[in-house]
Design a protein around this ligand. Structure first.
Ligand SMILES: Nc1ncnc2c1ncn2[C@@H]1O[C@H](COP(=O)(O)OP(=O)(O)OP(=O)(O)O)[C@@H](O)[C@H]1O
Length: 242
């Protein structure tokens, strides 16, 4: 179980506080949770704070302990790509296996094959989407209990996104817990169990996706309501204020 208690990481911007202004929620084992929201809402700040990658106030506990006490059980995957551009994909896998006993090199190779990548590919010479595929392969080759994924679909074509969701559904045991941020709402509409919508640094809505569908909403319409999005907003462009 994940317990997030008054988690807070703020930055000063133009005299105001931004970032994550305070989050409280729990996630039972096996749940797949989408962290949704507009650009700058605080989604990455939330995930990075939970993963112990940012010094934050409050607590994020995984089975009672912070991520920093059990990195081998938590996989943090970002769509931003690898920080080791000079390594080949195979060398990167070997490095991760050295660093982490729960890293499964065979599984990593299977994911690389699935994504049509070779172990000989130099990471820095790959396209944006291909680099992100290497990160996904690495993140899922780590046999973790908790997967925190920050926009795992970034730069991926629609076929890869759909394949990856099916692959995730097929390879998980059911006990793993996934939190993922994404703007590709249609792709995850039937994959998520629950949606946590972040707006201006706070949780604006926390809803089971089945309930949202029963109420006649989609992730997009519910997010628009939670964020107060006005479809006519663009009409104000260039208009004098007041
Ligand atoms: N290192 C930093 N220094 C100052 N401000 C920051 C820093 N990191 C994030 N912020 C600010 O915190 C707010 C939340 O950023 P965050 O990256 O969490 O948003 P996000 O919801 O992940 O957005 P996106 O969908 O665009 O990725 C933004 O206003 C951002 O400018």
């Amino acid at each position: 179980m994940i317990e997030v208690k008054n988690l807070r990481k703020t930055y000063r911007k133009h005299g105001a506080e931004v970032g994550l202004l305070g989050a409280d929620f729990t996630v039972p084992d096996g749940q797949i949770v989408g962290i949704l929201g507009e650009n700058g809402a605080g989604k990455t700040t939330l995930l990075r704070s939970m993963a112990g990658l940012l010094p934050a106030k409050g607590e994020a506990l995984f089975d009672g302990k912070p991520a920093s006490a059990q990195y081998e059980r938590i996989s943090y995957i970002t769509g931003e790509g690898s920080y080791y551009p000079t390594l080949t994909a195979a060398e990167y896998g070997a490095l991760l296996a050295d660093l982490n006993p729960s890293f499964d090199e065979v599984r990593y190779k299977e994911f690389l094959d699935f994504f049509s990548l070779s172990g000989k590919d130099v990471i820095g010479h790959l396209s944006t989407g291909q680099k992100a595929r290497v990160e996904l392969a690495a993140g899922f080759a780590k046999r973790a209990v908790y997967y925190l994924m920050d926009e795992p679909f970034l730069g991926k074509d629609p076929f890869t996104r759909k394949d990856f969701i099916k692959l995730m559904s097929g390879t998980l045991h059911g006990g793993e817990t996934i939190l993922l941020t994404t703007h590709y709402l249609e792709d995850v509409e039937h994959f998520l169990d629950r949606a946590i919508i972040v707006h201006e640094g706070r949780i604006a809505e926390d809803v089971m996706v089945d309930e949202l569908h029963e109420a006649g909403d989609t992730l997009l319409t519910r997010m628009a309501k939670a964020c107060g999005w006005d479809p006519q907003h663009y009409l104000q462009f260039g208009q004098p204020n007041g």
